[in-house]
Design a protein around this ligand. Sequence first.
Ligand code: TK8
Length: 350
Amino acid sequence: MKTTTMTRVTSLIGGALLGLTTLQASAASEMPPIPDVKGDVVKADGDFKIKFSIGTTQSGAQYRGLEYFEKIVEKRSDGHIQVELFPGAQLGDDLQAVSALQSGTLEMTAPSTSPLVSMFPKFALFDLPFLFPTPEVADEVLDGEIGQQMLKDASTNGLVAIGWAENGYRQLTNSQHPVSSPEDLDGLKIRTMQNPIHLDIWRTLGANPTPMSFAELFTALEQGVVDGQENPWITIQSSKFNEVQDYATETNHVYTPFITLVSERFWNKLPADYQQLLREAAKQMGDYERHVSRTMNDQIKQELADSGMQITELTPEQMKTFQDTVAPVYDDWRDKIGGELIDKVRAVSQ
Ligand code: TK8
């Protein structure tokens, strides 16, 4: 009797584990492979260690990008720079990691730009609703003059900004009911990033927004402290938000970049050739990570639907209602961000 039960339990656990492994493996194996490292070995003095922390988990595109970064840096420094990856906010959320860079206790991180707007007001460009119609427009902005100037401007306050990757287009999820119009948001408690424009967006749409760090989000959703949140499909899946959120709406309301940051204290200890190596590796990581994120986006949306999430795709009319309803957000922020900057992005989209 005892043996039979034991066997059943063991095989059940075995089955569950197997299921889990297969699931995780399926997402990861579909990811575009990590490219080979190109470029010569860079010779410079000294041995260095980089702890690189991110808020998203090991199964996301961001971590995959970091694995490529690690591979490039370790290979091209011939092992003289060792990179250690810390996913899942184990070393702190976006803001905590940035302040660890400033105090020199952490070497690298790659937060969403949104929680950093109090430090770098121009980053608010990436919080304006529906400003980036396609990933190609985002690329032109990030890799063009605007984005490169932003990296320079953000290289202050103990930070050196060396590249762009992406979190991606944000989608709404919630635990209560399907959302296809702003009316459906009435009273819904939505967690936002710690960012004033995001608060403004959700208030304008009629929801009840609360800012909170990403590291606290899963528990807040699970315990019903908030009803919903918004993040790209890949982040929703890699953080398992679908386990506590039955409904999603494909809103694509904001495009969020990840900015690659290095501690200035650490940077100043690096020989110039190694600094250049990190810049090149950050650029290659950013290109690859964006490719992974975009290749996976639709596939992951499908996987979320298959896992039981009810996903609402908006009709063009429904989308227009959302866009018209949030339009006043621009009146409030246009002057603060700089109308010229917004117009430049719009010009790229034409
Ligand atoms: C991860 C965060 C996250 C962001 C958020 O550290 O806070 O919702 O979208 O992905 O940067």
